[in-house]
Ligand binder design. Structure first.
Ligand SMILES: NC(=O)C1=CN([C@@H]2O[C@H](COP(=O)(O)OP(=O)(O)OC[C@H]3O[C@@H](n4cnc5c(N)ncnc54)[C@H](O)[C@@H]3O)[C@@H](O)[C@H]2O)C=CC1
Ligand SMILES: O=C(O)[C@@H]1CCC=N1
Length: 280
């Protein structure tokens, strides 16, 4: 069991996915988790009932009782939240941010000197403890806090400590990644329906196929290229499928999706830093 008391600032999709995974892991008791938002009381009530955690408006939060704050609001709200936190945080309290595109350096500049800030990038599969999550500690973080954060992120799946310079591309692959596969499934499902199959059935077999392929890639030694070749008989059905995929830009389209998301992550940071530099 972990001993820390954790408060989520933001009660949206990502906060819920993480809370669900953490509660399910049993590493934190529901009483150690607090979730806050600005105003949506109905949302707070739902989360309280569903996970047995404390769910309150942000202004009701008692800072004295919290060890770790997890920032889970939208990146556009960062400055308001930093102002709000700056003089209320104690040096031993840690901020873990899930915000896309916001660097630890940016948050450190906005807070008092020496504040411990860690950036993470989970995805919504945290809900089922299947996230691939990146962790990049800021400049003032103690080794104990890095170890704690890794343990906490392991509650929601696999966690990797990476250089912060790789956070944009990590976001492009894993943070945004689930959406590419959901989008792929929307198309697979529709093709199944057009081929005469029941929609539910098409969804199930499509998802099982993605799961099977993902498990093969995680558990077998072969590269994706070898695994693809193993499926592809000369002049067979897969070759025809892959030709059609290529003709419509399939593989390239996915690479562009990853690059597009990564470049938006970089752009979000640059936009914010520009505004900050102008304010100075
Ligand atoms: N949705 C996803 O797949 C992922 C999202 N993220 C990051 O997670 C963050 C949240 O994303 P979502 O959950 O999708 O957004 P969302 O819009 O569902 O949730 C945002 C929440 O923040 C609350 N909020 C706003 N200002 C607040 C404040 N000052 N104090 C407390 N709560 C406040 C809102 O009331 C809302 O509950 C974003 O920064 C995003 O970049 C990171 C990885 C994956
Ligand atoms: O779309 C977004 O900006 C967030 C960050 C990664 C996934 N969702």
């Amino acid at each position: 069991m972990l001993k820390q008391r954790v408060a989520f600032l933001g009660a949206g999709n990502m906060a819920e996915a993480m809370i669900s995974g953490i509660v399910e892991s049993g590493k934190l008791a529901p009483e150690q988790i607090i979730v806050t938002n600005r105003s949506n009381q109905e949302r707070l009530n739902d989360m309280k009932v569903k996970y047995g955690i404390e769910a309150i408006k942000k202004d009701e939060l008692n800072f004295e009782q919290i060890d770790v704050f997890i920032l889970a609001m939208k990146p556009k709200d960062i400055d308001t939240v930093m102002e709000d936190l700056k003089d209320r945080l104690r040096p031993e309290q840690v901020l873990i941010s899930v915000l896309a595109g916001i660097s630890t350096a940016y948050m450190e500049e906005k807070l008092n000197d020496g504040q411990q800030v860690i950036r993470v990038m989970p995805n919504t599969s945290s809900m089922l403890r299947e996230s691939a999550t990146a962790i990049s500690p800021g400049h003032h973080v103690s080794m104990d806090q890095v170890v704690f954060t890794k343990e906490l992120m392991n509650c929601i799946g696999e966690a990797y400590i990476i250089e912060e310079s790789q956070m944009d591309i990590f976001t492009g692959i894993a943070g945004s990644g689930p959406a590419y596969f959901y989008n792929l499934m929307e198309h697979i499902e529709q093709a199944g329906v057009e081929g005469g199959m029941d929609r539910e059935m098409a969804r199930k077999i499509g998802a099982q196929t993605i799961l099977g392929a993902a498990t093969m890639m995680l558990e077998r030694e072969e590269t994706p290229t070898q695994l693809r070749k193993n499926v592809t008989s000369p002049n067979g059905t897969t070759a025809a499928g892959l030709d059609a995929l290529d003709e419509h830009g399939g593989g390239e389209a996915i690479a562009e999706a990853v690059k597009g998301a990564a470049s938006r992550s970089k752009e979000m940071r640059e936009e914010l830093e520009k505004v900050f530099a102008e304010q100075k």
